[in-house]
Design a binder for this molecule. Structure first.
Ligand code: SF4
Length: 66
């Protein structure tokens, strides 16, 4: 299975940080609480990444082919 990448819809994101809690392996938060994607989503992280996409209260995260 190939790697994927996460994309943030910045106008929709409200910096609530839930994605960081659900996927700390690939997301950090900047000083204002906005997510910083730290790398590609490997097959091992795919399930957690999908959970983060589903869990975003603003539907601001998308999982795309790398
Ligand atoms: S969970 Fe969604 S709204 Fe919250 S910081 Fe992450 S992308 Fe933004």
């Amino acid at each position: 299975m190939a790697n994927h990448r996460l994309r943030v819809d910045w106008p929709a994101c409200q910096a609530r940080g839930l994605c960081f809690e659900l996927l700390p392996e690939a997301i950090e938060l900047d000083d204002w609480g906005f997510p910083v994607i730290t790398g590609e989503i490997t097959p091992e992280l795919a399930a957690a990444a999908r959970a983060a996409v589903r869990g975003c209260p603003r539907m601001a995260l998308r999982l795309l082919p790398a």
